[in-house]
Ligand binder design. Structure first.
Ligand SMILES: *Cc1c(COP(=O)(O)O)cnc(C)c1O
Length: 237
């Protein structure tokens, strides 16, 4: 099977699972944006995925994002592709990202939010962002502590060139029950922050290859799939 054929077949399987998770939770697939995380593949695989119907891609490192954007410029099929930044971002790299992506999911400190805001001001744009929350309190993960999320939210919301659209989080790996708790906790935190701040905070970016159906059942609006989309050896759950 060639790679585009693999992409089409796999996409159909993923869509089936999205539809089933939506049906199980009274939702509809048009409420969910799938971003294909292309960090482990080259631009040819991204182009194949675009041909198979994916329209949104994401990278977790500024350097690789830069490479992909340059590669995409040479691929007519990728001219209308959306790109997001989903990984930890250092303030000295914001200029490589702001204005070049549709959404930055990974705003994990007020300091970073301020740097993004300053760059957006320089470019005369508003930059859509999400606030990353370390929902399960894992040491290895970045993000706001849920206990200080309110303070962080107020500081970020006061910046004039950011559009704060919601929250992003990651669940503990290899533990479906802990993952479900993390997703429902993220949604509860979003609801509480939205009520307290008056901001809609519509987006919940959560759910990866191993846990996206759980995330959808718990309210995710953006799932970030890497291995499921790009790796023929990955076995869907
Ligand atoms: C790599 C990555 C993903 C995708 O992970 P898979 O398990 O391959 O689907 C999602 N989100 C972030 C932040 C990532 O770095």
């Amino acid at each position: 099977m060639d790679y585009v054929a693999f992409q089409r077949a796999r996409r159909a399987e993923i869509e089936e699972r999205i539809a089933a998770a939506c049906a199980a939770s009274g939702r509809t697939p048009d409420e969910i944006l799938l971003v294909a995380v292309s960090k482990t593949v080259g631009i040819e695989e991204v182009a194949a995925a675009r041909e198979a119907g994916y329209a949104a891609f994401a990278e977790n490192r500024p350097q690789e994002l830069k490479r992909k954007l340059a590669g995409a410029a040479d691929h007519p099929v990728l001219a209308d592709a959306r790109w997001d930044m989903i990984g930890h971002l250092q303030t000295n790299k914001v200029k490589d990202v702001v204005g070049r992506v549709a959404l930055i999911h990974s705003v994990d400190t007020v300091h970073l939010a301020q740097a993004i805001d300053a760059q957006a001001a320089k470019l005369g744009i508003r930059m859509p962002v999400l606030m990353e929350v370390n929902i399960a309190g894992e040491e290895s993960k970045s993000g706001f502590d849920p206990a200080s999320a309110r303070e962080g939210l107020d500081a970020i919301a006061s910046l004039g060139h950011l559009d704060l659209a919601g929250l992003m989080g990651m669940a503990p790996a290899h533990d479906p029950e802990a993952a479900r708790r993390a997703f429902s906790g993220l949604r509860a935190l979003r609801d509480a922050l939205a009520a307290a701040s008056g901001l809609p905070l519509r987006e919940l970016s959560c759910g990866m290859s191993d846990d996206f159906t759980l995330a959808i059942e718990e309210g995710s609006t953006i799932i970030r799939l890497g291995r499921t989309v790009f790796d023929p050896a990955y076995v869907l759950q």
